[in-house]
Design a protein around this ligand. Sequence first.
Ligand SMILES: [Zn+2]
Ligand SMILES: [Zn+2]
Length: 371
Amino acid sequence: MAAQREWYEKDFYKTLGVAEDADAKAITKAYRKLARESHPDTHPGDAAAEERFKEVSAAYDVLGDEAKRKEYDEVRRMGPMGGFGGQGAPGGFNFNVGSDGLGDLLGQVFGRGRRGGGASAAAGPQRGADVEASLTLDFVDAARGLTTTLHLTSDAECSTCHGSGGKPGTQPKVCSQCGGRGVVDDNQGFFSFSSPCRVCGGAGVIIESPCPTCHGSRVERRAREVQARIPAGVADGQKIRLKGRGAPGRAGGPTGDLIVECHVAPHPLFGRDGHNLTVRVPVTISEAALGGDIDVPTLDGPRVTLRLRAGTQSGSRHRVKGKGLETAKGTGDLIVTTDVQVPKHLTDEQRAALEAFAAATTVSPRQGMEG
Ligand SMILES: [Zn+2]
Ligand SMILES: [Zn+2]
């Protein structure tokens, strides 16, 4: 318990002017005398007397209680952290009885009250939760990227108090325990320990009139709109993390992220392979056999010409440079797969031409295929 490092150095015996082996009766007697002498009722407006009264009371609170006195004696005997230092450590002590009064102080010293309870176990700034949303994108929008408005229901900054947690028109009070810093230091000699302030939960302020909507939580579950920039080339199933667009943090903690899972609708012609686009293009038997220029569609521009070599096979792949997706990672290509079409109906002229082709074909493509 960190506070013991402060507590043990305070010489309560000296404060009460009794010996360390004084019995309970002697301690009570000494306390009553000193308390009477320094009581605020007999010294109105005397700050020094008030301070003295607090010190005397603090000392008696420990020494007048058998269990606390035993603990106090043990810690003093062992020294802080199992024997380091001892009395008169450099810098001495700064056992400040603040305006919060004795109750708070001793509550901390003995680990009861706020320090011991579980209610404020989660003190300190906490990052807000990540919020997940899904977005269905048109193929072309996914390819080009777009800025869109997401409609989602999630924890968000309270719209009544705009995240202050206080009733509109009221001001939060600066926390007197930590002076608005949100952390408290345990300074002792060479050491300084910081921990989140238990009184304000690390926020640095105390809300005396809570917001009627969020009851001081600063967070409200509500429908909201978020503008999201979806980068070009987002893939189906890809998750985009939008920093700081999730649920608000607590006690000054950072806002969480918004994670948008993208679903990309299929395109009737084009497919995707990374930042390349794919397309199947039908070609005639003669285009495939004789070769030549064919026109192929592009996603968002005029058709381009692709030169086929003579003897192009069905299912062969051809690359059109720079006609894929333009993404942050670079520009992809258009991958064209040829799909040789066998005509289902022939005109008389076509039939005659193919019969001539057949007559000129003397070698069977199945020659050499023995079962
Ligand atoms: Zn509110
Ligand atoms: Zn505080």
